[in-house]
Design a protein around this ligand. Sequence first.
Ligand code: KG4
Ligand code: ZN
Length: 334
Amino acid sequence: MSPTLLAIESSCDDTSAAVIRGGKVLANIVATQEVHKQYGGVVPELASRAHQQNIIPVVTQALLTAKITKKELDAVAFTRGPGLLGALLVGCSFAKAFALGLQIPLIEVNHMQAHILAHFIDEPKPAFPFLCLTVSGGHTQIVLVKDYLNMQILGQTTDDAVGEAFDKSAKLVGLDYPGGPLLDQLAATGNPDRFTFPIVSMPGYDYSFSGIKTAVLYFLRDNKTQNPNFIAENLPDICASIQNALIQTLLKKLKLAAKETGIREIAIAGGVSANSGLRRAMQEGATRYNWNVYIPDFQYCTDNAAMIAMVAHYKFLQGDFANQYVSPDPRYKV
Ligand code: KG4
Ligand code: ZN
């Protein structure tokens, strides 16, 4: 069967709708909310309101782009969590009403599973079992992916997510929100070995990223005392050195997990997998450790509804539907 599905993503600050047929993406529309920039971070209440404004235009645009009418849809899917409660509520309520109005099934999707299944949108696709390093603004996890919908978290952050560490460090050096991509750009021309930041090692496959933020804070404070223009004069090197420490921290546990499980199929997913330094480090891992590395296309790294639609596709095939009593789960586990 080749189900035609509409999927909606509204877990954070991107409102997105996608249409897929038989697992093939026909449309993937993303409206990124600019309103948060001026506050230096996502303001949950503003995110909910922007989702309300964006959701109908985004869904309309997705259907138009896919050249699909509402009557052709076999089901509607939405992100149930994890994410911001108010933001999730907008997508969840919309999908429920849509399913009710069209008398079609409803499918609830875990956002973190969706980041991983973004690997099944295009070729090449990883073979099961594979390890996925899922790195976003809210999560940092090493996941053992046994099948499309059968996943086990081997390790995760015990405090901040790596995306948060990127954004907070970027803010400390004076970059706009979200600073991760800007820090990445500046790092491209800097020397990653110029300054040293801590590579924190936690037990097992777990991570901790709160220390590096504090280390950056004290490093900048001390150097600015000696030279008020320290940041301006050394910005690319500072960015490259911070990025290097974050990537080395990520890779240390990923290498350990690959070694101890004997798995050589290695994927990265989530917003931070757009980072050019991390992408390069993964390619180096492929050569050095004989890994088969999978990195999603840029458009499927950050939040999007196409990845939600992929999970929905496999849930549809299993007949795994939600009912009208389903509610968002801000801490929904993989
Ligand atoms: O997956 P995502 O779009 O949203 C969440 O589910 O959190 O990830 C957003 C995170 C932000 O922290 C953003 O700064 C980070 O991904 N990010 C990057 C890059 N592009 C996005 N971090 C470092 N380098 C990048 N190029
Ligand atoms: Zn995400």
